[in-house]
Design a binder for this molecule. Structure first.
Ligand SMILES: [Cu+2]
Length: 383
């Protein structure tokens, strides 16, 4: 999700006092390289997602997923848009639900998720919520000091309910990887995730070059997934059908929802997914933009007036029938740059993208039969 305002910018606290620094140096001198000892109050980093929005790739993962720390170490989450960190075992089931705003029931992001429960630099506590962070213009940070007894503390992102991770506070006597080692491994893991997502993008784009029109319905995939990586694009990006045919969008499995919104604004200016409104008491609320609210149901006909699908979740489908020839651009209200086009050809013009199926040779009933007949022919010619 994309947000331009309402970003809480937190001041990073310097957790190392001069005295602590001396202790740290002495401790490092006496230790073997690459292992963090208990006396050092170390500062660890967790990367929250990763985004290459110019090509529509997001990585929906906390890296590292499991971070071992000693009591008193600090953890900084670095957000690449847009996530929250909340220390509970279950994501909020009512992420966007009607809220009482000045006596009216208005759909808004649950304050449990939207409003931070602590400031950056505060001690880590079960239930801590950082609020939604990660401006599209760059990552933002949140730091918490893990002053907790040894144990496993789970957290997740409420916007992407499969994004789960944990901080494991280990006993002071246990050696754990240093922050430098953890960051180095995390960078490698994240680079792998991005490379895999790029590969998924290329593969899906290649598949989409051969359109699938089944029973008069073109199949379009919204997004592609590779492990924690998602590609926020439509496949095919340009769909071609004939008047009276339909398009069915299927959201790729994974964690990322999408929408199908006709029409793309003429100036290309897609409004932000969420807006901030302030109630009479001055409390800010995050409310979904109009583009997020469904105006047309699956199976409707698209005749040129705006139609918005509303949020479509992984594996969910949505279809529209196109009775009128034309070129129609559409967009996803959630992801910047997630735009597609449907070209509807007038009656009498056949779809140039559809490759006619070869007629089956006489006496062969199956595709396998056709293939083996062709193979026989080829091997005969080769001799
Ligand atoms: Cu999208």
């Amino acid at each position: 999700m994309r947000r331009r305002h309402f970003m809480k910018h937190f001041t990073k606290l310097k957790v190392l006092s001069a005295a602590a620094l001396v202790v740290l140096c002495v401790s490092l001198l006496g230790s073997s390289f690459g292992v963090a000892h208990a006396a050092a109050k170390a500062s660890y980093t967790v990367t929250v997602g990763n985004s290459a929005t110019e090509v529509g790739i997001d990585i929906l993962a906390f890296v590292p997923q499991t971070l071992k720390v000693h009591r008193g170490d600090s953890v900084t989450w670095k957000y690449a848009p847009v996530h929250n960190v909340r220390f509970t075992d279950t994501p909020d089931p009512n992420l966007i639900a009607p809220q009482n705003i000045d006596g009216q029931q208005i759909p808004a992001v649950d304050p449990l998720v939207a409003v931070p429960s602590a400031n950056s630099g505060d001690p880590l506590k079960p239930g801590l919520n950082t609020g939604i962070l990660g401006d599209p213009s760059g990552p933002t940070d949140f730091t918490a000091v893990a002053d907790l007894p040894p144990g496993t503390y789970n957290y997740h992102c409420d916007l992407h309910p499969g994004m789960v991770a944990s901080i494991v506070v280990v006993d002071d006597s246990v050696d754990i990887p240093t922050p430098a080692q953890v960051s180095q491994d995390a960078a490698k893991e994240m680079a792998n995730n991005v490379a895999n997502a790029e590969l998924a993008y290329i593969k899906q784009a290649e598949i989409a070059q051969t359109p699938v029109i089944k029973d008069g319905t073109l199949q379009v995939q919204a997004g592609a997934t590779s492990g924690p990586g998602t590609v926020e694009r439509f496949f095919p990006q340009v769909g071609v059908i004939q008047e009276g045919q339909s398009v069915q969008w299927t959201v790729a499995p994974g964690l990322e929802p999408h929408t199908v919104n006709f029409n793309l604004p003429l100036d290309g200016n897609i409004p932000p997914t969420l807006n901030v409104i302030t109630d009479k008491k001055g409390t800010p609320w995050l409310v979904p933009a109009n583009t997020f609210i469904p105006t047309g149901k699956s199976g409707d006909s698209f005749t040129g007036a705006d139609v918005y699908s509303g949020e479509l979740f992984p594996s969910q489908t949505y279809s529209l029938k196109f009775p009128k020839a034309g070129v129609y651009h559409y967009f996803c209200a959630i992801h910047p740059g997630h735009i597609g086009t449907i070209v509807v050809l007038p009656a009498g013009i056949s779809n140039p993208l559809v490759v006619p199926a070869a007629p089956a040779p006489a006496g062969t009933a199956s595709a396998a039969g056709t293939a083996s007949a062709a193979a026989t022919q080829a091997s005969t010619k080769a001799q």
